[in-house]
Design a protein around this ligand. Structure first.
Ligand code: PAF
Length: 298
């Protein structure tokens, strides 16, 4: 596996490969890789000739007081896992290479960045859109892959890529879950044993909502009330039922909806979501978790 640190070397490496007709896939991450990342990388590897993984804890997507300084990092382990997952090139830029002195340019995806997590993390999606735009420019992939757990992030990135006409295909990958349903996340490491037990209420509430909608419930308020009851004792930031593309709240359950939530459990801020189309429940979103066999023990 090739390891590259500078944007210019990264850009040139991909440029040479593309000249020989190779299809380049890209998975941007902030590291501290978990099984969800591994599944995503394996999937991406099957869709390209060459896979680039970036690890960069992006300072601009953390608000003051958030966990930028303490965000979990373990580069040695990440290197081993990336190699295991078939990554061909690991891009490890420094913050000073991405945001050199005098840096002034940011990408703001209006409206879509403002609700849901955007309401609780001002500036977060501006930081995400900016770094993803920069990484796409530096790497220049044919296809970039993102987890659907960060549903709002994926909507924001798709909009940005379309609005700014980036020549790249954006592909989402279903959330990978622990065996009890908890969505995998680097931040799960913050959970103490009792908090880990309580955190499963998030996915349970989402699965309950999905089952109620698929059984014919059309009243959003009823579904939200039942979810709130299941989340008693959890410090919920929001639970919302929105249109999966516009992210606007829906008032009636007909057609596809995104049910998204965020909550604080101990030190961890956890997010999760499920997309439900009452006429087409998605088999991939099973309660049993979708962690595949054969990944190293994490
Ligand atoms: O989802 C993440 O890990 C980050 O938000 C991303 C897309 C790598 C941008 O820093």
């Amino acid at each position: 596996m090739h390891v590259i640190h500078t944007p210019s070397e990264m850009h040139n490496w991909v440029y040479m490969l593309k000249k020989t007709g190779k299809r380049v896939g890209f998975v941007p991450t902030m590291g501290y890789l978990h099984k969800g990342h591994l599944e995503l990388m394996k999937f991406a590897r099957g869709h390209c000739d060459v896979l680039v993984l970036s690890i960069f804890v992006n300072p601009t997507q953390f608000a003051p007081g958030e966990d930028y300084g303490s965000y979990p990092r373990d580069l040695k382990r990440d290197l081993e896992l990336a190699q295991w997952a078939g990554v061909d090139c690991l891009f490890l830029p420094e913050a000073a290479d991405i945001y050199p002195a005098g840096y002034r340019t940011f990408v703001d995806v209006e409206t879509l960045s403002e609700g849901l997590c955007g309401a609780f993390r001002p500036g977060h999606f501006r930081g995400v859109a900016t770094v993803v735009a920069k990484l796409l420019n530096i790497v220049g992939p044919d296809e970039a892959f993102f987890g659907e757990k960060d549903a709002q992030q994926l909507v924001v990135i798709r909009r940005m890529v379309s609005d700014l006409q980036f020549p790249v295909k954006i592909t989402g990958f279903p959330t990978v879950r622990e065996s009890d349903g908890l969505a995998m996340s680097s931040r799960n490491v913050y959970l103490a044993a009792d908090e880990r037990e309580r955190a499963v209420a998030l996915s349970r509430a989402l699965f309950h909502a999905r089952d109620r909608i698929c059984a014919g419930e059309v009243n959003v308020e009823t579904v939200l009330e039942e979810m709130s009851a299941m989340l008693t004792g959890i410090d919920v930031e929001y639970v919302e039922v929105v249109d999966p593309e516009s992210l606007e709240r829906v008032s009636r359950l007909c057609g596809p909806v995104l049910i998204a939530l965020a909550a604080r459990v101990g030190k961890a801020r956890l997010i999760d979501n499920i997309t439900v189309d009452w006429s087409h429940p998605r088999p991939a979103e099973s309660d049993e978790g979708s962690a595949a066999e054969g990944v190293p023990c994490l």
